[in-house]
Design a protein around this ligand. Structure first.
Ligand code: HEM
Ligand SMILES: CC(C)=CCC/C(C)=C/CC/C(C)=C/COP(=O)(O)OP(=O)(O)O
Length: 320
């Protein structure tokens, strides 16, 4: 592992590493709840949802069994990459209040279990996608896994405050994968969906980073508020939200959706911009417990993306 432990992590099961294995100290089999936690299920619910919406919004239909398989593969790949992220960052997670209760910092799982679980899920997701659905979708899934688990987690995150701007590409792939799973082809529409998530990610994450800034500072991760300060972060949140408003209506503008999506996107993005402006124009370098607008923006960012992609699907059915 790259990062040095600030303090020794407890061994899985809370036993000292070199204790003789008696009946009482034989490691417990991995609990399924801890394995599930490794996949970051709440974050992944939106990843899976956007993947599903991309698949449904695509102009071609595939057999429901294949559609289910494609979404299962996105879930497995994203969950496996999240497990690898936590395997690599167990030391960092142990040092941050927000992440200290995860299975690895708590010593409820062996690190090697997390690594192997992640590897198996990722490999299985790509091969299943390739053999059952298509190799273009499998290739993009593989790229997104490597993007999140390696390029973002290992390379960008510890090095640059632009980590989530560049790394944001990882989370933007699922609708593209869903679309390609249905059509076997990449057209302008799924690329626009990719771009929407790409530009949504900085306000989504930096809103959170503002109210957990001290956590990131403590473990030496160069997140934007830590390196460039709160003011610069707030201005950049606003800049991305301004760009997101016209971008979100592009699917309607290029004729890829109907007015239901176009109107929904305009309303949802205007509210996103209003909440971002409240955060972006705030001057205070306030304490983290006085960050209500930032917390509201973060919460709304999640609702926003769910609602925007739901509108895409509703629009498709209304248009039929
Ligand atoms: C590089 C890009 C991103 C970064 C760094 C990031 C970071 C985070 C972090 C740190 C949290 C708090 C989670 C926790 O405490 O466990 C979070 C929450 C969340 N993220 Fe992101 N995120 C990114 C992109 C995305 C994408 C692309 C999606 C989905 C499309 C997404 C969906 C969510 C959801 C649904 C939550 C709320 C989870 C909850 O309710 O606890 N994120 N994100
Ligand atoms: C199909 C596929 C592979 C999709 C990628 C999924 C995805 C949404 C990746 C990036 C987003 C994410 C969960 C970042 C968490 O940041 P972090 O890991 O820095 O957060 P943490 O501090 O909570 O660990």
């Amino acid at each position: 592992m790259k990062q040095a432990l600030s303090q020794p992590l407890p061994q899985a099961g809370g036993k000292p590493k070199d204790a003789p294995l008696t009946r009482a100290t034989v490691p417990m089999p991995a609990d399924w709840r801890d394995l599930l936690a490794l996949t970051k299920p709440r974050v992944m619910s939106l990843v899976i949802f956007t993947g599903l919406c991309g698949l449904i919004a695509a102009p071609e239909r595939i057999h429901p069994v294949l559609a289910f398989t494609a979404i299962l593969c996105i879930a497995m790949g994203a969950g496996g990459a999240a497990a690898l992220n936590q395997w690599w960052e167990a030391d960092l997670d142990a040092g941050m209040k927000r992440t200290a209760k995860r299975p690895l910092p708590q010593g409820r799982l062996e690190r090697t279990t997390a690594r192997d679980f992640g590897m198996v899920l990722c490999a299985a997701s790509v091969f299943l996608m390739g053999f059952a659905v298509g190799w273009l979708a499998a290739a993009i899934l593989a790229v997104s896994i490597v993007y999140y688990a390696v390029i973002y987690t290992i390379w960008l995150k510890p090095r640059t405050p632009q980590n989530i701007v560049i790394g944001g590409g990882a989370g933007a792939f699922p609708p593209l994968i869903g679309w390609v799973a249905a059509t076997g082809d990449i057209t302008l529409m799924p690329v626009v969906l990719f771009a929407i998530i790409f530009f949504w990610t900085p306000p989504h994450f930096w809103a959170l980073a503002l109210f957990v800034k001290s956590d990131y500072a403590k473990v030496g991760i160069p997140m934007m508020p830590v390196v460039a300060g709160e003011k610069a972060t707030r201005r950049q949140i606003l800049a991305y939200a301004i760009l997101l408003l016209p971008l979100s209506v592009v699917p309607w503008w290029i004729g890829g959706t109907g007015a239901v999506y176009g109107a929904s996107a305009a309303v949802l993005s205007t509210l996103f911009l209003a909440l971002s402006a409240r955060v972006g124009l705030r001057e205070s370098e306030g304490p983290e417990d006085r960050m209500k607008p930032e917390k509201q923006l973060f919460a709304y960012s999640v609702i926003y993306l769910f609602a925007l992609f739901a509108a895409l699907v509703v629009d498709r059915f209304v248009a039929i």
